[in-house]
Design a protein around this ligand. Sequence first.
Ligand code: HEC
Ligand code: HEC
Length: 383
Amino acid sequence: MKFWSKPLILAGCGLAVVWLAGMALVDHAVAQQPILVVKSQIAGEAFKNVTTSTLKVLTVDDFLAAMGVISADLGLDCADCHPGAGSDKVDWVIDPPRKRTARKMIEMVATINRTNFAGAQAVTCFTCHHGRLQPSTTIQLDTLYGPPNEEKDDIVTPGAGQPSASQILDKYLQAVGGAQRLAGLTSFIATGTSVGYGGLGGGGSFQILAKAPDLRAVIIEFKDHPERGNSTRAYNGKEAWIKSPRSLLGQYQLTGNELEGARLDALLSFPQQIKTALTNWRVGNPDNINGHDVQVLQGSGPKGLVATLYFDAQSGLLSRVVRYSRTPVGRVPTQADYSDYRDVNGIKFPFEYTFSWLDGKDSFKLSDVKANVPVDEAKFQKP
Ligand code: HEC
Ligand code: HEC
């Protein structure tokens, strides 16, 4: 997999400030930290040259998520369509030939889905491109006679002869501590060290704070590199923010479909809420993750949110959650992996946690979890 935004992560704040020059910079006093107010502003209005029928109506955060999907699906960096991206020389507005082709392809995909699949998103950039710029056209005989294709479907097919969704969820609730103990879990603060993708986040320390029912914040600090600033993901029960000082927007509010994903992360922090965190549960065929057999369960949420949960078949513990939010060019995957469960006040917490999204990957090693402690409400608000 190609990490398309590496140059962007590396790019300094200068880039974002230059790029945002025409946009709503709220607080000029802190203009070095690119802070953009994106109240449900749509991409077609926020940007100068966003014209495709399906992308122009997205919120700015969903639009950028769509850019992430396109990059990943074609195996490209932002700079492959926006020359200079990752430096202060970038001009996002101009239309080099590849960007023009991409715009045509975005309309083509919308037309294919509308005219052939009743508007369902059956075809995405990935359907043809599969992580490469030029789609391949002919099967290779080595592939034909090689191992079976193990690509996973976003939407799981119901498996035959599997336990029911509530059996799997009850086993999980029992495994993490049982309903009674879980009912008493109202907050926690986890601390430890994190390693970002490619070691870029090396030496980071973090706090994960959560308060029932649905407040959650992850704050990463780089004590050895204070110039990098803190990275924050926060959900206050209603609104969500991401602050990532080295990224394109610097800090922004989630106002589109990704907001539902942030809410799900918050709800799942408290296992006792798992049954109602999603609806329309369906059980897929068993699978295997890193050599462990897993039960596969999928549920749906608002605004096209889909989440697949993988439970260790033996222990019953949750080992992975992949959640997908919808964009017109394909779903945006975000993945959390959990392992090394340890006992805290009779409740099992995963002491290893990896969070992967299209723009990076953070690995957390917890050293301490304090349950039912007071948590400063300000931590869940706008960073
Ligand atoms: C395959 C080509 C391609 C790649 C790769 C790509 N983009 Fe785009 N980008 C486009 C197209 C096409 C548009 C115009 C979309 C439209 O008209 O609806 C666009 C528009 C934009 C705009 C709006 C510019 C303006 O002011 O009008 C921004 C910002 C942007 N892209 C950011 C990114 C980022 C960040 C990445 C990397 C994550 C990225 N793009 C990767 C093709 C691409
Ligand atoms: C139905 C299959 C199909 C789908 C779906 C599809 N493409 Fe393509 N795409 C192609 C083919 C085939 C080519 C090569 C065309 C050529 O070389 O003339 C191509 C070429 C391209 C190129 C130019 C590659 C280059 O060499 O610079 C871009 C950019 C591109 N596609 C973007 C996208 C984007 C973005 C999406 C999703 C919105 C998408 N495509 C969806 C089939 C597809």
